[in-house]
Design a protein around this ligand. Structure first.
Ligand SMILES: [Zn+2]
Length: 154
């Protein structure tokens, strides 16, 4: 009798765990980091992109999320057009310039420049005119130029 009860309990736990895991993956929790912790990427995006390179707004009010992987990345989301651009954690924090890091090796393998900060356009957001940029990688300077060349639609 008690064996059945335990089984049911395990099954219940198993499902609760599964649901929370699935939700954890799906739920994107972009938020701002105005405090001390996490302020490096927040300052990085706010300083470099006062204009969103996808919609051209001067009030992108960037929110952040960290994505784990072989090389961890920061995802930046524009609050106006919901475009998501990303850069690697070492690039943002300034440690991506050494060839002796995982990122350095990755850069060397793909023929990239050590001193260049690379940014990827993960999602172009609501601005369909910029659809051709989706999934593309730009240097920080190129993406800044793009931001300055766009007329804000507001
Ligand atoms: Zn935008």
């Amino acid at each position: 009798m008690w064996v059945i009860l335990i089984d049911r309990k395990i099954i219940k736990w198993y499902y609760l765990l599964r649901i929370s895991l699935i939700e954890g993956v799906i739920k994107m929790s972009f938020k701002r980091f105005d405090g001390f912790t996490g302020s490096i990427p927040q300052k990085f995006i706010d300083k470099n992109f006062q204009r969103c390179p996808m919609c051209g707004t001067t009030e992108p009010y960037w929110t952040l999320e960290q994505k784990m992987g072989w090389v961890n990345r920061y995802l930046f989301k524009c609050s106006k057009c919901e475009a998501i651009i990303s850069s690697s954690v070492p690039d943002v924090s300034g440690f991506g310039r050494s060839p002796l890091t995982t990122l350095g090796i990755a850069k060397a393998l793909s023929g990239k420049k050590m001193r260049t900060i690379y940014m990827k356009v993960n999602e172009v957001g609501n601005m369909q005119v910029t659809k051709l940029h989706e999934g593309k990688e730009f240097s920080l300077t190129e993406l800044k130029d793009l931001a300055n060349s766009i007329q804000a639609v507001e």
